[in-house]
Ligand binder design. Structure first.
Ligand code: FE2
Length: 284
């Protein structure tokens, strides 16, 4: 396999692998190594069904089921043939949304970071894409960490943040959740704002999503101001790779060292993606 960097900040395209054949041990190790080094890997021209995506994901660990509170679960839509797979789609069939996140913008976030042990990786495979729009951008939080100015670094050192679990990145209230009116009371998980990557040893800024985030022990106003400053820093264009999707793309990224967002797309077009998540550890 050959690697081609996708941007100065992060990401590499992997060429010469047909994922539907499965991975030999040496290939799996090479993919794992490249993924750690680049934070994100792109495999173009793949054709995996749900079982194939599950099999690919399991090369790198046990799979994390989709959010239990997803507004539609797999079992409710098309039968639980592959319960590990989460459908990300705006497609509506017989009045029922077959997937999650709709067609709107999804704000910068880390997948499922409201869990105590969030998934280390997400793998997303494009089956149908709109003619334009719906690009996904990733930002390197190791690059953002290295570029922190000393004042901002001093203000976050030793601090934690609560990662709210009430809303999806698309701003939808999750099934069974109450709307948040006081960020100090938001449910979710508290994680360190700076974390050390358990496999590379690199330090990264770890943020879930801006909405309803809160830094415990700070007055709300101060927490809001500090989080705004952090998010402005982390979304700097020089940390970002923006991906224009094509059918057949498989993108596998590291949730411990990157954040991502999705732009909106035309509601009249179809976008259909399948995703698996690989279990991770408690951030430290
Ligand atoms: Fe996401």
């Amino acid at each position: 396999m050959d690697l081609r960097p996708l941007s100065p900040a992060l990401g590499a395209e992997v060429m010469g692998l047909d994922l539907s054949r499965g991975l030999a041990v040496a290939e799996r190790d090479a993919v794992h190594h490249a993924w750690l080094e680049h934070g994100l890997l792109l495999f173009r021209g793949q054709d995996l069904d749900e079982a194939g995506l599950v099999k690919f994901g399991r090369n790198f660990g046990d799979l994390e089921p989709p959010p239990a509170s997803a507004e539609r679960t797999r079992a409710e839509t098309r039968g639980a043939a592959a319960p590990e797979v989460w459908i990300i789609s705006n497609v509506v069939e017989n009045g029922v949304a077959v997937g999650a996140l709709g067609d709107g913008e999804a704000e910068w976030h880390t997948d499922m970071s409201y869990m105590a042990e969030p998934p280390k990786a997400s793998v997303l495979h494009a089956k149908e894409i709109p003619p334009s729009g719906g690009n996904t951008s990733w930002a390197s939080m190791t690059a953002a960490c290295r570029a922190l100015d000393p004042d901002l670094l001093r203000r976050i050192e030793g601090r934690k943040a609560n990662h709210d679990s009430s809303y999806t990145a698309a701003g939808q209230l999750r099934k069974g959740a109450d709307s948040v009116t006081d960020v100090t009371q938001a449910p979710g998980a508290v994680h360190p704002i700076l974390r050390r990557h358990p496999e590379t040893g690199e330090e990264a800024i770890y943020l879930g999503r801006r909405t309803n985030a809160y830094i415990p022990d700070l007055p709300v106003e101060e927490s809001e101001e500090l989080l705004d400053a952090l998010w402005t820093h982390c979304a700097r264009p020089d940390f970002v790779y923006e991906h224009v999707w094509a059918v057949g793309d498989v993108v596998m990224w590291d949730n411990r060292s990157t954040i991502h967002r999705r732009e909106a797309f035309d509601a009249a077009s179809r976008r259909y993606m399948i995703r698996v998540q690989i279990k991770g550890d408690r951030p430290v």
